[in-house]
Write a protein that binds this ligand. Sequence first.
Ligand code: TRP
Length: 333
Amino acid sequence: MAENEKKVVFSGVQPSGNLTIGNYLGAIKNFSRFSEEYKTFYCVVELHAITVRQVPAELRKRTYETLALYMACGLDPTKNTLFVQSHVPQHAELGWMLDCYTMFGELSRMTQFKDKSAKHSQNINAGLFTYPTLMAADILLYQTDLVPVGIDQKQHLELARDIAIRFNQLYGDTFRVPEGYIPTDTMKIMSLAEPTAKMSKSDTNQNAVVYILDSKDDIIRKFKRAVTDSDTRVCFSEDKPGVSNLMTVYRAFTGKSFEEIEREFDGRGYGDFKLAVGEACADGLAPVRAEFDRLIKDKAYLEEVMKAGAQDAFVNARRTMSKVRRKIGFVNI
Ligand code: TRP
């Protein structure tokens, strides 16, 4: 019974591109800290990924890779439920139902929808629009208490809460209302080329983005080229977005505070600093990369993990769905 009394953590990562150090620091790195205290579900959300066009073979490959990466980042499949979204059909099922309790106006206000529809103006499909409702379904299916996500997902999370509250008001207690867990110490990692924009895995400028699986040389080269400013001082300040971003990365990989970093590089200029950031990042990611390389060779094992995860998720999702069907007024046979 103890397992059922544990609070629940759920999070998802799209397999739509190589994951960046932003995904790593802002989300995945924090996932493993929950597994002792919580029942944890971590999901590769490929249903979300098809809201933009995907090459089928690539999507499949990335689904394996994302799972392997989860594990390489420290998620033990015996302590966490690791699974693939489409393997648990209740996600799509509840997604549809929640569509009917989500307002057009609410979805229209989502900044990610506005951004993505500007970017994919030839393919503004209905899935792109209802993306946040599917995300709400992911979360609410497992009676989730806590959702660790990057700050860019805050608006979607608030919508998930609103939908849960609305449904509960209509039908009585059905869904637990989730809280976000948004790490404030790393926050957003910004683009290395344009430090006022978020580092995005789909950026066409490869120098702007550091991927978790980049080689040491690539990582160091990218940080060397990072855009800073015409000043020379390493200090954290709003009018120095490039330097502040590098300090955020450095702090995340070394555990040093901003004050310590400022002191460390006092009078040393940007060249030294950028190299140190690159090295700290590459060294921090080296063990992740080694473990990933080992895991990705073993498809059979990854499939075993997927299957076991899907089975466990299914049982939990089914419990919520039977409640939802009853509340809405569907006939149970
Ligand atoms: N939308 C999230 C992102 O792009 C991914 C996601 C889908 C997710 N479903 C979720 C995150 C449920 C947390 C919980 O990052």
